[in-house]
Design a protein around this ligand. Structure first.
Ligand code: G3P
Length: 218
């Protein structure tokens, strides 16, 4: 399973990259706004900066909701760097645009996925990545991770090539469960990734090893 970081924050991207485990970046309009990035030129410049920092794919989301707008915006975004992936919402015109992008060799990430039916449609349209939102489903007392299991099963049976990018991942256990459920990629904030490091027995064990070593060498 590959690791993407779900942020537009340069420091967090650099920290994940420095750890040696970063395979790509996902963003959305809320994450861009959180970093205070606004205006077409600034947004494009910020994506260009991220694309230079990481070798893997970088998802840049469109704002348009009609076919012509999504296509025009996506084509412009795809010109920023070869590792840009156009992130498109799961709406009727979005599905149409995903087919257009697939036919023109532009990679896509179909976002805001909350059902297996939506996942089938995105794969049929030729999406490169599919983003089911686990945490937001959990928020509604629905089993988010079961959706990853269902989509992984359907994609395997049908031979769909669209990669499952588990999104709206809120904690480290989500990462472990997404791996078990068959996600190809997980995208989350830095804290969920760093949380994977933690276990109290590791800290206790290391302290003991170092204490024994110090005693034997004093
Ligand atoms: O990038 C989309 C997704 O990761 C959103 O996560 O935590 O806002 O539900 P969240």
């Amino acid at each position: 399973m590959r690791f993407f970081i779900d942020t537009a924050n340069i420091d967090q991207i650099l920290e994940a990259k420095d750890l040696g485990i970063l395979d790509g970046v996902t963003t959305n309009p809320s994450l861009m706004a959180k970093e205070g990035i606004s205006g077409e030129a600034n947004v494009k410049a910020h994506y260009a900066k991220i694309c230079k920092l990481v070798e893997g794919d970088v998802s840049a989301e469109v704002i348009s909701t009609n076919f012509e707008g999504i296509v025009a915006e996506g084509v412009e975004l795809s010109k920023i760097a070869p590792n840009i992936v156009v992130k498109v919402p799961m709406i009727k015109d979005g599905v149409k645009a995903i087919r257009y992008f697939a036919d023109h060799d532009i990679k896509t990430n179909c976002t805001l996925i909350f059902s297996a039916g939506q996942a089938i449609l995105a794969a049929k349209a030729g999406a490169t990545y599919l983003s089911p939102f686990i945490g937001r489903l959990d928020d509604t007392s629905w089993d988010g991770m079961q959706l990853i299991t269902d989509i992984a099963e359907i994609y395997a049976i049908q031979g769909y090539e669209t990669e499952i990018l588990a999104a709206s991942i809120r904690n480290s256990l989500h990462i472990v469960e997404a791996a078990k459920a068959g996600a190809d990629i997980v995208t989350c904030g830095l804290s969920a990734i760093l949380g994977l490091l933690k276990h109290p027995l590791t800290d206790i064990g290391l302290a003991q090893f170092l204490a024994d070593h110090a005693k034997a060498n004093s």
